[in-house]
Design a protein around this ligand. Structure first.
Ligand code: SF4
Ligand code: SF4
Length: 714
């Protein structure tokens, strides 16, 4: 049972003049419906998964409007879906996490951008950059520039985000170019309001289908059309985009007439952070009115040279705030100023960090440096600088007071995760067979590279664990192991990894984590999921057999001993070719979501509910904590030794335990110690439970030397 989004779906039906309250990414969803979109697709990934989740639950509303929605098999599939807008006046939108998703989609995007579009095509990108990011630190800006697609980066408030969606479609149609809408994590999750419009049924839709297919060779990405496409991009589409951006004032200038000798140009997505930093320095009021003029680039590509020249012309100094590297915008503004013969001094990465997220702290420090060097008119410069130093010094003072560095808090598996036992088994297998090279993959299982497991020497991309074994496998004396999730299997792993491995006769071992969902992105369904309302769909085992993998064994994830045995067999068998071990265990997060409401309903009806908990016997625990090192479960922790004769802290299981049984399994598989016990907590016990409880109590009391009689049955 996946999470339900029924409340969010209700908000998508709001009409003209009603106020939408909610998250930025949900506002995007509503804006799509207001824009007359014909089709929507995407692939889940933070921070845009919510868009897909909500639309997945809004089938009734989408059907009413005739909108087609698809949860695509990959970002490449989603991008290819936009092909519908090349020849037809169909508005389409797709979404994914960038830059990783854009990497996957780039082939289709190049072709789409070359052919150009007739109907508006919008790519909504969750730009996962910065300190909360889970991916390599790159920018979508580079993709926009190399394929000539326009890139919107609206101010993070709901009205601006909704405007960007609506204007994005118009810009796309006015310039026959696909448009990217970039939303940072904070923009996706910003809360606010906007005034709704009625949802707009698309001109052509599932209810109003197109009658005549179009063939136009000019739109095919083959020479000589591609040569024409390139010319069109430069001679027609780009100027049309610049004119549209200028005429529709997509970029904004805020100037209250103070500090006329300096200015700031900022990417729209950083506007809120900039205003907060200015407020902290005493240079903006509570309502966000800045003393320093600000030019906001809600469209970061293409730039509008005359707007930038007009903003800079009367100023001695301008600061460009551009997050990430390379500094494409700053370099472009240098060129614009030089060509327009404007002598304004441009600051940027000289006062701000070259790389990394521009957090409030970073912006305060950078602005203070800019103010010191540019000397804005009418600003109490010394005050602003000392405020900046005081603010940025707080962390330093805290660290000095603490005396030791604050340790990093790495992410980790959920309590009871079915992937943790597989890594414990891999550790135990290596204890017997010696060290093994492991190729890691993308998914929750990437946490296996972190302590206490530290398993996985490289990560090359989603579903590419096995593909990345192709080079190292033949160079290793022992077989190598690759990890792949079931999400990665269907995304890319089946063709790039398994088919390639069979075709090239690789002799290696693959572990597939079959937890049933793309768990890391919010437990969305995948082709092999078995959601309650859909009959069992595609089958991993059959897919493997279908392409000729002969050695396939499925082992329940929590059975650590069996897993060690099977992994060892895969590593040592004489059988050549790919050996696949499927670790079968449902995502614990999703399992708990499924079980908890069922148990709550049973308890309400007075029915018997049994919960399993594990515990550790204080008297038996030796305090060597090898169980913690082999399990890594956050519920498994330490406490002071209750024995006055022993000082080592003993292991203990806290209240977070979901009773997965791994700690006991690991202790058994590794022959650690007998201190683990399993307890069943029975709520609403039956008469038999109560009777057995009395018998057990009686026996225990007798063994403990207390002579009590079996109490009477009540
Ligand atoms: S979401 Fe599921 S698969 Fe991912 S770490 Fe949590 S329990 Fe494990
Ligand atoms: S049984 Fe052990 S490993 Fe599983 S959740 Fe409880 S403490 Fe963690």
């Amino acid at each position: 049972m996946e999470r339900s989004f029924s409340e969010e779906v209700k908000r998508l039906a709001l009409g003209h003049g009603e106020t939408f309250h909610g998250e930025g990414i949900l506002a995007v969803t509503k804006a799509l419906l207001q824009s007359g979109v014909s089709y929507i697709g995407g692939y889940q990934g933070a921070p845009v998964s919510h868009l897909i989740d909500v639309l997945g639950d809004a089938k009734q509303l989408l059907n009413k409007l005739g909108i087609y929605f698809e949860n695509n098999a990959s970002e490449a599939g989603a991008a290819a879906m936009l092909g519908a807008s090349i020849n037809y006046p169909l508005r389409g939108a797709v979404t994914w996490k960038s830059t990783v998703g854009t990497n996957v989609a780039s082939d289709a995007l190049s072709n789409l951008a070359s052919a150009g579009v007739t109907g508006g095509a919008l790519v909504i990108l969750g730009e996962d950059y910065g300190e909360g990011s889970s991916i390599i630190q790159e920018r979508t800006h580079a993709f926009a520039m190399k394929s000539q697609m326009w890139l919107l980066d609206p101010r993070p408030n709901l009205t601006s985000i909704v405007d960007a969606v609506e204007k994005g479609f118009e810009l796309s149609e006015a310039s026959n170019t696909p448009v990217m809408l970039q939303l940072r994590i904070r923009a996706c999750h910003v809360h606010g309001t906007f005034q709704c419009k009625d949802n707009r049924p698309p001109q052509f839709s599932m209810s109003q289908p197109l009658e005549n297919p179009v063939f136009n060779y000019d739109k095919i990405c083959l020479p000589p059309s591609t040569y024409q496409h390139e010319k069109q991009k430069i001679e027609a589409r780009w100027p049309a985009a610049v004119n549209f951006i200028r005429d529709n004032r997509l970029n904004e200038t805020f100037d209250n007439g103070r500090c006329g000798n300096v200015g700031i140009i900022v990417q729209g997505g950083l506007y809120n952070g900039l205003i907060r930093a200015l407020q902290q320095l005493g240079l903006a009021d509570t309502f966000g009115n800045s003393d320093i003029p600000i030019h906001v680039l809600n469209v970061v590509y293409p730039l509008v040279p005359d707007e930038i020249a007009a903003f800079c012309r009367s100023k001695q100094s301008v600061l460009m705030i551009e997050e990430g590297q390379p500094n494409y915008i700053e370099e472009a503004i240098h060129a614009i100023l030089r060509k327009a013969d404007i002598g304004t001094r441009l600051f940027g990465k000289d006062v701000l960090p070259v790389a990394g997220e521009y957090t409030g702290e970073v912006l305060v420090a950078g602005l203070a440096k800019f103010i010191q060097q540019s000397q804005p008119d009418g600003v109490a410069i010394a005050d602003a600088i000392s405020t900046g130093e005081a603010l940025t010094g707080i962390r330093l003072k805290g660290a000095q007071a603490l005396g030791v560095p604050v340790p990093n808090r790495p992410p980790g598996f959920c309590i009871g995760c079915p992937e943790r036992p597989v890594f414990a088994a891999l550790k135990l297998m290596q204890k017997n067979l010696g060290p093994v090279h492991v190729n890691a993959d993308i998914g929750c299982h990437t946490f296996g590279t972190l302590p206490p497991f530290n398993i996985g020497s490289n990560v090359l991309g989603y579903g590419l664990g096995l593909a990345s074994s192709a080079g190292i496998g033949p160079m290793m004396q022992n077989r190598v192991v690759s990890i792949m999730g079931d999400g990665g299997f269907w995304h890319n792993g089946f063709t790039s990894g398994i088919v390639n491995s069979v075709y090239n006769k690789h002799d290696s071992v693959l572990v597939i984590m079959k937890n049933g969902y793309t768990s890391a992105t919010g437990t969305q369904a995948i082709p092999s999921s078995k959601p309650a309302d859909i009959p069992a769909m595609l089958d991993i085992e059959k897919a493997l057999q279908g392409v000729g993998v002969k050695w396939v064994k499925t082992v329940p994830s929590y059975q650590v001993s069996d897993m060690v045995k099977t992994l060892s067999e895969a590593m040592t068998t004489d059988e050549a070719g790919l050996k696949v071990v499927i670790a079968d265990g449902e995502c614990q997060l999703e399992k708990q979501r499924r079980i908890k409401p069922l148990n709550a309903a049973k308890l309400k009806k007075g029915e018997r509910v049994v919960r399993t908990r594990f515990g550790i016997d204080d008297d038996v625990c030796t305090g060597d904590h090898s169980c913690i090192r082999l399990s890594g479960c956050p519920s498994l922790t330490v406490k002071a030794n209750p024995s006055p004769l022993r000082t080592d802290p003993v292991a203990t299981v806290n209240q977070g335990c979901v009773g997965c049984g791994l700690c006991g399994e690991v202790s058994h598989a590794a022959v650690l110690c007998p201190s683990f016990y399993k307890a069943e907590i029975i709520q609403n016990p039956s008469r038999w439970d109560q009777f057995m409880n009395r018998i057990r109590k009686f026996v225990i009391d007798r063994l403990a030397g207390q002579d009590r009689r079996v109490p009477a049955w009540n």
